[in-house]
Design a protein around this ligand. Structure first.
Ligand code: ATP
Length: 376
């Protein structure tokens, strides 16, 4: 990492499809934050990678880009992948998945909350209280050997699921620390729920037994466990009861889209992939090739991911200004949605990408937390 004092190097992958369209206005908001908030500055470096880059050069993630991303303080990644650009074996170009492996980003953080005015499909009045975080293990599980799956004699196919003690311990500790942090911010007790299939698979029994071991080190946080099939049902029936859910890679992949569905649009779902030394922040959605180039993509998931990045950098560097700034971006999005000012088409409005981002920038600029900002 290259952090010099309070200056942070941010590696940016604009990606494919709607990627560049949602990255540019997000960087405008971050640049405003960098020049108007005390205590930190951001220095951006845009790096080539993606399906388009693979089509043009034969390489999806150049070594030079990887080296520079590794040297950065944080990585902001838009959406990568194009359905018609694939490797020779037919699989999609997904360097963002390789990044998780290369950088050891074991904790995939997917916040699920219902913003006021968003199209939550649940009609129960308690849906407004939904506010939980799904932590998806992102370096092993069913993705551990994803390039080694076999089809044998055109008769059967096999894939391997791998759970390790080392990664599971770090994953669970991360989840308990997150629950502690949320408990102190929200002034209520924290809870972590392990989501698995321990009744059927040895690997998940192992996963759960490690969870139970680690839970003993966090007596202030409640711990329980659920089977993934039941959890899929409860996420629809009573999602307001959850705090932190922690699960295996494939289960987390599926449940995080269910979470995005609860939020009302994939365009509102941010994420962070965090490891011991690096972190990548990106929206949960893909490159949306069906609407690319039209200027109508919702930039909010990308903007919220950028806010998560500032909050994470703030915690890493004990900078309350950065934590507050990240929270202010979240608050600005909340206000824009509550006033129905920033609704793009996926949310039932007519705003274009740029107009939505400007509404957030306006709300951010008029943010109430003047105490942390320089007079401007
Ligand atoms: P991936 O597998 O790469 O995550 P995906 O197959 O889930 O991608 P997306 O690219 O996320 O597909 O798109 C799914 C649908 O959601 C598409 O109809 C797309 O237009 C829409 N969508 C995704 N992101 C946005 C966004 N930011 N704004 C508006 N619509 C979006």
């Amino acid at each position: 990492m290259t952090n010099l004092g309070n200056s942070f190097k941010i590696a940016v992958f604009e990606g494919d499809g709607i990627g560049p369209e949602i990255t540019r206005p997000t960087m405008d908001i971050l640049k405003f934050a960098s020049s108007n908030y005390d205590g930190f500055s951001l220095d951006f470096e845009i790096l080539p990678a993606g399906a388009g880059h693979y089509r043009d050069t034969g390489t999806a993630l150049p070594k030079e880009s990887m080296d520079r991303a590794r040297a950065a303080d944080a990585i902001l990644l838009s959406a990568i992948g194009l359905p018609d650009v694939r490797y020779e074996d037919g699989t999609e170009i997904r360097p963002q998945v390789d990044l998780r492996f290369d950088l050891g980003l074991y904790a995939g953080v997917r916040p699920v909350k219902v913003f006021p005015g968003a199209n939550c499909p649940l009609s129960d009045p308690r849906a407004k209280d939904i506010d939980f975080v799904l932590v998806r293990e992102s370096t092993e599980g069913l993705f551990a050997h994803m390039h080694d799956g076999k089809v044998v004699d055109d008769q059967y196919a096999t894939e391997t699921l791998r759970i390790t003690r080392d990664t599971s311990e770090k994953l669970f500790d991360f989840s308990f620390f997150l629950a502690q942090q949320r408990a102190s911010e929200k002034g209520r007790p924290g809870k972590v729920t392990c989501v698995d299939k321990a009744n059927i698979f040895r690997s998940f029994w192992f996963f759960r037994s490690i969870f139970e071991e680690r839970a003993k080190f966090f007596p202030d946080v409640a711990a329980d466990a659920a089977y993934v099939d039941a959890m899929a049902m409860w996420m629809v029936q009573r999602p307001w009861e959850f705090d932190v859910l922690v699960t295996e890679n494939m289960f987390g992949d599926i449940l995080s889209d269910l979470g995005a569905g609860i939020m009302g649009s994939l365009g509102l779902a941010p994420s962070a992939d965090i490891g011991d030394d690096h972190a990548v922040f990106q929206p949960c959605h893909g490159s949306a090739p069906d609407i690319a180039g039209q200027g109508i993509a919702n930039p909010l998931a990308m903007i919220l991911s950028a806010g998560m990045m500032l909050t994470w950098l703030g915690h890493q560097n004990a900078s309350q200004q950065m934590i507050d700034c990240g929270q202010s971006i979240d608050d600005a999005v909340t206000r824009v949605l509550a006033q129905k000012k920033g609704l793009t088409r996926d949310l039932g409005g007519q705003l274009r990408t740029e107009e939505c981002a400007i509404a957030v920038l306006d709300a951010f600029q008029s943010d109430g937390s003047e105490g942390t900002r320089e007079a401007s």
